[in-house]
Design a protein around this ligand. Structure first.
Ligand code: MN
Length: 330
């Protein structure tokens, strides 16, 4: 398929690139590092060779979220966003931006998002899970009441918010002791991000701000497969769930969430996601440079779905969600 658009596609600054070093063996680090720091050379060639019209770019992980000092988190986010805006300005037909946000301070995060959307023309935000705030051992999640004004700004701007994975802190990762291979993309990323997304759904956030659009990668971090059980539980006991939200979790999942194919190139999984949330809420992505564009494209272009769904997932859902039509040639 020609004209595909991807929205979980990462770059790095020299000052954040080492955050990705643990996710490749030493033998592959020089290659991964070069891929992260490149925007206009190798990346564009990969896109051209594999029918990708556009990438929405975002900073690597965990980057800003792992900087406990709020002033420094704000500075790095601002530098990353300014750098990204310059890159997008060189090829706005091929690249658009998702903002990095200093979530350590909800008020400053909201102001940075406003700046990115209104002044820099960014299409939304991508945040790498919880933030460490004040000290490196404190993990703060965005369902907390202090974030409500931030979410009001996100809704008012109409900016989609991509909740991207990071690993849990060591104190919250004891279940993985002795099994480090389960951290990262193997399992830990998905588990961490799925729980964060469920916290948002249970908290009543989407009752207060029904216009929010949250994006999850990796075909929904396992959530589509669990959605029925989360609401049903052991139904014969008939105890209503005790959470602040007014509706069933699956209703928020279907109305406030979008899923991407990033790093999860599996037709069985895609079809399950289509059955749970519908083809209108799934979007193509590769997770470059951690995954290969050709692996994603070759799988997606021949996956056993209808051509109408391929067109939606590959392109038109993103055009609509981010308002990309005026930017895309032909
Ligand atoms: Mn990613």
């Amino acid at each position: 398929m020609q004209g595909k658009i991807g929205l979980e596609e990462h770059f790095a600054l020299e000052e954040t690139v080492m955050d990705s070093a643990g996710f490749a063996p030493e033998t592959h680090w020089p290659e991964l590092r070069a891929r992260l720091l490149d925007i206009h050379e190798r990346r564009l060639r990969e896109m051209d060779a594999n029918g990708m019209a556009m990438m929405l770019l975002s900073l690597n992980a965990p980057a800003v979220q792992a900087i406990p000092d709020t002033d420094r988190a704000c500075e790095v986010a601002r530098r990353a966003n300014d750098f990204l805006a310059e890159q997008v300005a060189r090829r706005p037909d091929r690249f658009q931006g998702l903002a990095a946000l200093p979530m350590q301070d909800p008020e400053r995060a909201a102001r940075e998002l406003e700046r990115c959307v209104q002044d820099l023309g960014f299409k939304g935000a991508l945040v790498n899970g919880f933030s460490q705030v004040g000290d490196p051992h404190t993990a703060v999640y965005y369902d907390l009441p202090r974030y409500r004004p931030f979410w009001a700004t996100v809704e008012a701007l109409g900016a989609p918010f991509y909740l991207h994975p990071r690993n849990p802190l060591p104190a919250d990762a004891r279940i993985y002791d002795g099994h480090p291979w389960l951290l990262g993309p193997t399992w830990g990323f998905g588990q961490e991000t799925a729980v964060h997304a469920l916290r948002l759904m249970c908290s009543g956030l989407f009752d207060a701000y029904p216009g929010l659009a949250i994006i999850l990668g990796h075909m929904g971090e396992g959530l589509p497969y669990s959605m029925w059980r989360i609401d049903n539980r052991n139904a014969w006991i008939e105890t209503p769930p005790r959470y602040p939200a007014r509706r069933r979790i699956a209703e928020y999942f279907r109305e406030n969430f979008y899923l991407t194919t990033s790093g999860n190139f599996r037709t069985q999984t895609l079809i399950d996601a289509i059955l749970e949330v519908g083809a209108d809420r799934i979007l193509f992505s590769t997770d470059w440079p951690f995954e290969n564009v050709d692996h994603a494209a070759r799988w997606f272009d021949s996956a056993s779905i209808s051509e109408r769904d391929r067109e939606k997932i590959g392109r038109t859902n993103a055009v609509e969600l981010f308002g990309l039509a005026p930017l895309l040639g032909g």
